[in-house]
Design a protein around this ligand. Sequence first.
Ligand code: SIN
Ligand code: CO
Length: 381
Amino acid sequence: MLQLHLTDFSLEHFMQHYWQQRPVVIRQGLRHFKDLISPEDLAGLALEEEVDSRLVYKKRGKWQAENGPFTSYDHLGRKGWSLIVQAVNHWSPEVAALVPPFAFIPKWRFDDVMVSYSTPGGGVGPHIDLYDVFICQGSGRRQWRVGDKGEHRQFAAHAALLHVDPFEPIIDTELLPGDILYIPPGFPHDGVSLETSLSYSVGFRGKSACAMLSGLADHVIDKDLGTTLFSDPRRPIHTHQGHINAQDFQMIRAQLQSLLDDDTLVADFAGSFLSKTKCQLDLQPLEEPMTDANVVALLERQRLVRTGGLRCFYLDQTVNKGVCFVDGERHAFGAATKTAVKALCDHDTLTPKLLRSGLKAPAFVAALTQWVNAGYWYFEV
Ligand code: SIN
Ligand code: CO
């Protein structure tokens, strides 16, 4: 099992002083690290239509970026290019094993593991990301420069490549296999491969209020909520027709606020919204669907594993009713299933012991069977 190994500071210190604040190199954060995927298997994934991949290179000194799928790399030569594949944890259980070492940050903040294969001199160029990332170095060495947060001019080096002006590095270092570079949002950085290398970026997402409100609007429309019209009985006589006065403004705000003050509504929205995956899951429905009894019996013998990238959450506001959110869908299994619902969301691998309270509830067992049949969870062979 992969484990994060800190020598220079504690995890508490990291969260207090670095997370979302400052970049830092964690030397040998993954000791004895061996690649989790081969370049050939990565190229195999980049062949697939449903996998998000990119090639970045320079042609006659000009940056180029192409979106996959890719069938050939012959036009690229041996140097100066990178293949970047998004959400590899969805497709490779071995790469998904890089997620648990970062479980000290909740899963709802997690995004995906991106894998980058670079030839010598390859990289995506100097840029700024809007998310936190732990760049874990696999085989090969890579030189990383990270600049300070601040005013940095960004420009399109290519239609699909947003770059940043040259910056003074506050970190300028070579990463070796097992080293980790943590970069919070807003810090310009540039990684150039010194030799053929693989790196694994464990990325975390942050949502803007704009994205959350837009999602909330979709949620209330879908569920037909918040439909009560503005109402103003016993309104005082208005004197300036064109004026939306302070009292009216308060009423408008209160109407909107009433949605945000509804804990269940916001919890249901947050659970559904945050449990949706951005990239496709590798769902492999069973050719011969199982019955509830099959699933319960098999669970006694084999571990039930969550497919890579599947997002499952519960919230304090509703977990007492056995509510959880799986891949954007709300499920309610009743108060008695609370511990099973929590275990389902907290653990990547499930056992009968963890699910005991749920296995006594037919609705929970039926949902589990449906999930197994659809490929959301699979029995480890
Ligand atoms: C890369 O791995 O090539 C790019 C990673 C990053 O800078 O975010
Ligand atoms: Co970056």
